[in-house]
Design a protein around this ligand. Sequence first.
Ligand SMILES: [Fe+2]
Length: 307
Amino acid sequence: MTDTALRQAIAQVTETVALGTMPVVRTFFDEPTFTATHVVHDPATKRAAIIDSVADFDQPSGRITHASADAVIAYVRAEGLSIDWLLETHAHADHLSDAPYLQQHLGGKIVIGRDILTVQGVFGTIFNEPDSFARDGSQFDRLMQDGESFALGSIPAVALHVPGHTPACMAYVIGDAVFVGDTLFMPDYGTARADFPGGDARTLFRSIRRLMQLPDETRVFLCHDYKAPNRDTFVWETTIGAERTGNVHVHGDVAEDDFVKMREARDATLGMPRLILPSIQINIRAGHLPEPEGNGTRYLKLPINVL
Ligand SMILES: [Fe+2]
């Protein structure tokens, strides 16, 4: 069954391929967090978006630096790109976003899915955030809903809500490329966990099946790669066709109940991500740090025995 937003995305991919107006994608891979940051641009107009940036965080010292973002900035400047969008696929639990730093240097609007409000509510309670922490998404410049259109210069784009890994996950379809966040991993690795607060394996399965209705030739860009058995290099690009026919967890013949059983059993064995507590506190603020305390220092909290 196809819905209006999905039909729009399918038509957009088909037309982009037919016209040969594909966006250019350059990826920066952060090995400490296994995160792929994508810079995608329209070669005709040089308008661009940066998807899922990474701030370098040294947990033992509590120090945040920006070498990863500086490499992205250098590329953007060398290519003469104009940044319109700083897109977050979701509130990541394994790395800190550096969107505000990129915005300061390059401009662009910081965007996340509308359901970040749910995530802010849940984690606002977990971290006992003060009333000054708004739970209305106002830290972001724009909240996108399912089916919302935007553009990179002459290249059309549409946002799809793909909950499951988290309730607020978005996939951004830009020209013929879909940036899926953690909704899918490489075919030989499978899928992401669905056991964070607000996550749900059945919902994830349905979001993936929706994405798999995109044309087979749709380029798929992932947020993470961890290598895989028999593969010794990091890869972050595949196609919808390759996912549909070959994803080890969720290829086209896998039944919903079997996926849910597999995913829930696997998730039960996983420990929390190394950086979940600092990451979430920063990322629900659109990458901004918590307000400083009376001595001028900013702090992150460590709730005991909560997660
Ligand atoms: Fe994630």
